[in-house]
Design a protein around this ligand. Structure first.
Ligand SMILES: Nc1ncnc2c1ncn2[C@@H]1O[C@H](COP(=O)(O)OP(=O)(O)O)[C@@H](O)[C@H]1O
Ligand SMILES: CC(=O)OP(=O)(O)O
Ligand SMILES: [Mg+2]
Length: 419
């Protein structure tokens, strides 16, 4: 038996999947989104597709799959966990009939302490909580998910899979901030990087798609969700990434500012009288797309931009301008570039963002095919022209599958799963 329940508590959502890793079957998946907003939405999908030999797991498109969505307010991640359990009870599959052998939890910040999947003990929880100050939107949500899941499933191992783990290979020149070295050491101030599970998974999928071993590929992964980050992956190792000490640095995000001159903070503190807690909230929750346009959802930004809305147009322009700058900078770091992959909510769905971020880069060997870019699909696909030196892909990320595999490997190693 190798059924794993994966809990991915994002900043504004809870995603879950029940996966039979050995049988390569996804038994159910769900998304509870807009947590904390006036109306949230819960979607639960079930399906028992036939496993396909040598193929990746597929949930959608199965004749026997069914999906149900409902609108309801969801206060926080504890409430979201209850909504998930109700969905399993009402729509199946029964958790009694498919009992998970372990629960895999996405945990965003693992600091320097956690660099591999880890069985969750009380001490591990204390450490995750300690790291909350470095990931205030995420670690508290992750912990709520862990607590709720442990109460529900007290007898199985719970495993934490950290967003930061994949970035342990960053070289010192990439992870060191140019500040007082002693202070930085004492307070563990350095770049950690996030979305590692996704960057790892997508970079491996991309290499497979172009038919090369990942060890031979130089690539960029653009993970554009609510949080957004870009990673340069050289031979399967993360060598540069845009998020830093916390998931605030780098790209423009749904509600986070990404990069700015640190002096903006001193200025707003001194002149506008904002406290550091207020500044923290400002940059994490009221900036990015929502700060510029009033909505943090790229779907709304695109719609309003199409209607000529000025604020939405500027928000879009700032978003892609930053992205393009990073593509250029990281290409220079890699020296040669084979593949660029777009992934996560915005990366997989927002064709105008992809087109604008890579527009005008023909002289750098990057050329998007407009028609390919505007097609929709749930599969990995190429969106560059055949003449483009750099292959540009859309790769659906699957953090849950990656977490399930890593969880099973730690909680129930293959040697113990013979009968
Ligand atoms: N069809 C779409 N077009 C444009 N943007 C989309 C679309 N679907 C989802 N998104 C964007 O993706 C974001 C969520 O991305 P996701 O990767 O699910 O986020 P999270 O960081 O919560 O895991 C939404 O806020 C929205 O901006
Ligand atoms: C680390 C991070 O930003 O995660 P998310 O995209 O889920 O908000
Ligand atoms: Mg995400």
């Amino acid at each position: 038996m190798s059924v794993i329940l994966v809990i991915n508590s994002g900043s504004s959502s809870l995603k879950y999947e029940l996966i039979d890793v050995d049988a390569r079957e996804k038994l159910a998946s769900g998304l509870i989104e807009r947590i904390g907003e006036r109306t949230g939405r819960a979607t639960h999908t079930t399906g028992l597709p036939e496993p396909v030999e040598g193929n990746e797991l597929a949930l959608t498109g199965s004749a026997s799959s069914s999906e149900r969505s409902r609108e309801l307010p969801v206060r926080d991640h504890t409430a979201a966990f209850q909504v998930m359990l109700e969905a399993f009870a009402e729509r199946g599959p029964s958790l009694e009939e498919h009992p998970p052998v372990a629960i895999g939890h996405r945990v965003v910040h693992g600091g320097k302490r956690f660099f591999e999947p880890t069985i969750i003990t009380d001490l591990v929880k204390i450490n995750i909580e300690d790291l909350s100050e470095l990931a205030p939107l995420h670690n508290p949500a992750n912990l709520q998910g862990i607590e709720a899941a442990q109460a529900m499933f007290p007898d199985v191992p719970h495993v934490a899979v950290f967003d930061t783990a994949f970035h342990q290979t960053l070289p010192p020149a990439a992870y060191t901030y140019a500040i007082d070295a002693e202070l930085a050491e004492k307070y563990r101030v350095r770049r950690y990087g996030f979305h590692g599970t996704s960057h790892k998974y997508v970079s491996e999928q991309a290499a497979e798609f172009i038919g090369k071993p990942v060890t031979e590929v130089k690539q960029l992964v653009l993970h554009l969700g609510n949080g957004a980050s870009i990673t340069a992956v050289d031979g399967g190792r993360s060598v540069e990434t845009s998020m830093g000490l916390t998931p605030l640095e780098g790209l423009v995000m749904g509600s986070r500012s990404g990069d700015l001159d640190p002096a903006v903070l001193f200025h707003l503190h001194r002149k506008a009288g904002l406290s550091f807690d207020q500044l923290d909230t400002l940059l994490n929750k009221h900036s990015g797309l929502v700060g510029l346009s009033g909505t943090r959802d790229m779907r709304d930004v695109l719609e309003r931009r199409a209607e000529g809305d000025e604020a939405a147009t500027l928000a879009f322009d700032v978003y892609v301008h930053r992205l393009k700058g990073y593509v250029g900078a990281y290409s220079a770091q890699l020296g040669r570039l084979d593949v660029i992959s777009f992934t996560a909510g915005v990366g997989e769905n927002a064709a105008p963002v992809r087109a604008a971020a890579l527009a005008g880069l023909e002289r750098f060997g990057i050329k998007i095919d407009e028609e390919r870019n505007s097609e929709r699909s749930d599969e990995t696909r190429k969106i560059s022209t055949d003449a483009s030196e750099v292959t540009v892909l859309v790769v659906p990320t699957d953090e849950e599958l990656e977490i399930a595999r890593e969880t099973l490997a730690v909680a129930a190693p293959e040697s113990q799963r013979r009968e």
